[in-house]
Design a protein around this ligand. Structure first.
Ligand code: ATP
Length: 444
């Protein structure tokens, strides 16, 4: 089973490279360990995730607003937030091969690479340092943000003043974060540069001890609904871990980790934390209600990794299926088809348009006309290369929900074949009805 799962990871890494979803970073210079670049299909997939998240959690709600703060902030922010002191992982080094590991990742107290003795742990700060400006002096040390959250807290007052939002309300942000991870790895699961989608949801200071729990529960449900949207089978693939008290981040009173069954093990996909009034208090910020009462709001934080969303969606969508033999379904063995059964809204290409043959100008012209019209509304691809069966396979591999083929009948009857990715069934649809036919289907 373990082997089969690792095999799945290899297949995903290889498919995403071969088909232009994710490339190893700086590849022509021998790469840069654990850095990855999103290719043409990868960026579409990633953008679909970010856009849907923004729509669901910002645009469709009246109690949310968005923000896009600077990546590099005044270092005082990180002093106040506690990151300069507390944002650490325990690092151990092998005395023999000198490889370094995060101690809390290790199952045994010896080097996993060579079996050598490990040094005692020292606390390693994960903040990414740089110099702000041309002088490389200690006075100019700055940090790339390790979470997007602080950009939100430091703008709390600006947003109150400019939007007239009243508590409870939330601020959302999508952007890059940087952590000098000791042991990055598992493809795009753990990298030093990654993207987050975070919400800080401000609630009244609890009058009773448990007043925050209702909001926490609302956001837990929202996160589950989001994961289902991504095509994750929540019952089977997600485990909710109540983070034990002694493992909570320095700002958290309660955290749930939503762990996904990745091929390399059950690991955190997203986190939901009750950050109390820790951050606003640290920054000296407060809130005055309609009756003039001053207090420090508390915060519920759903925190989602974009890259981990991409990886989980790919793992849940990847399928290998036996197909009926061609040309006669009753004869012989079928081939294996690889198909990404992504939800339609998530697929990087929605519709592929094929002329049955590339050397028939009438077919090509009609297919181009259909392509040019559909591409105004949907991400489409035109493909006239190889036989239609091969073109279907290529689209299956990148998760395209629908393929349209223009054949000789199309020229006479003004209709086309629409083939469904999952059922592989084909139906004839009138050209003038195509947009209507796709409208509802492609929102799902
Ligand atoms: P882990 O325990 O895996 O290091 P964390 O608990 O430190 O994660 P958080 O600080 O809760 O992570 O960050 C919020 C989210 O950001 C995570 O749930 C994850 O989706 C994403 N994330 C965190 N670190 C990384 C990373 N190094 N690479 C990619 N995504 C990350």
């Amino acid at each position: 089973m373990a082997e089969e799962k690792n095999d799945l990871m290899e297949k995903i890494v290889s498919l995403t490279k071969r088909r232009g979803f994710v490339f190893p970073g700086s590849e022509i210079y021998g790469g840069m360990a654990n850095t990855w670049d999103y290719g043409p299909y990868g960026v579409e997939l990633k953008n679909n995730i970010k856009q849907r998240w923004w729509k669901k959690f910002v645009q469709d709600r009246e109690d949310m607003v968005g923000l896009d703060a600077a990546l590099i902030m005044n270092p005082k922010v990180w002093e106040a937030s506690g990151h300069l002191v507390n944002f650490k992982d325990p690092l151990v080094e092998c005395e023999k091969c000198h490889n370094r590991f995060r101690e809390d990742d290790l199952k045994e107290k010896k080097c996993p690479d060579c079996g050598g003795k490990l040094t005692s742990p020292k606390q390693f700060n994960l903040m990414f340092k740089t110099f702000f400006g041309p002088a490389e002096e200690s006075a100019n040390i700055a940090y790339f943000r390790p979470e997007t959250a602080q950009g939100i807290f430091v703008n709390f007052k600006n947003i109150l003043d400019t939007t007239r939002k009243r508590i409870p309300f939330g601020i959302a942000q999508i952007g890059k974060a940087f952590r000098n991870e000791i042991t990055p790895g598992n493809f795009i699961f753990r990298t030093r540069e990654f993207e987050q989608m975070e919400i800080e949801y401000f609630i009244p200071a609890p009058k009773k001890d448990k007043d925050w729990e209702k909001y926490f529960e609302d956001w837990r449900k929202e996160m589950i609904s989001w994961m289902k949207n991504l095509g994750i089978d929540v019952k089977k693939e997600i485990h909710e871990l109540n983070v034990p008290k002694d493992e909570l981040a320095h700002y958290s009173k309660k955290t749930i980790d939503f762990e996904y069954r990745f091929p390399f093990g059950q690991k955190e996909l997203y986190g939901l934390a009750y950050r109390t009034d820790f951050d606003l208090k640290s920054h000296g910020l407060d809130y005055t209600d309609e009756d003039g009462n001053k207090f420090i709001p508390h915060v519920i934080e759903p925190s989602l990794g974009v890259d981990r969303s991409v990886l989980a969606a790919l793992c849940s969508a990847y399928k290998e299926e036996k197909t009926p033999p061609q040309p006669s379904p009753s004869k012989g063995e079928g081939a294996i088809r690889v198909v990404l059964k992504l939800p339609n809204w998530l697929a990087p290409v929605k519709i592929a348009v094929f002329p049955l043959m590339r050397n028939k100008p009438e077919l090509v012209a009609k297919a181009k006309e259909i392509f040019n019209s559909l591409k105004l509304d949907y991400r489409c691809e035109f493909d006239d290369n190889g036989n239609v069966g091969k073109r279907y396979r290529r689209q299956d591999e990148i998760g395209t929900p629908y393929c349209i083929t223009v054949d000789f009948d199309s020229l006479e009857k003004d209709d086309v074949t629409v083939r469904d990715r999952d059922s592989m069934k084909q139906v004839r649809v009138k050209v003038e009805e195509l947009k209507e036919y796709f409208r509802e289907k492609l929102e799902k």
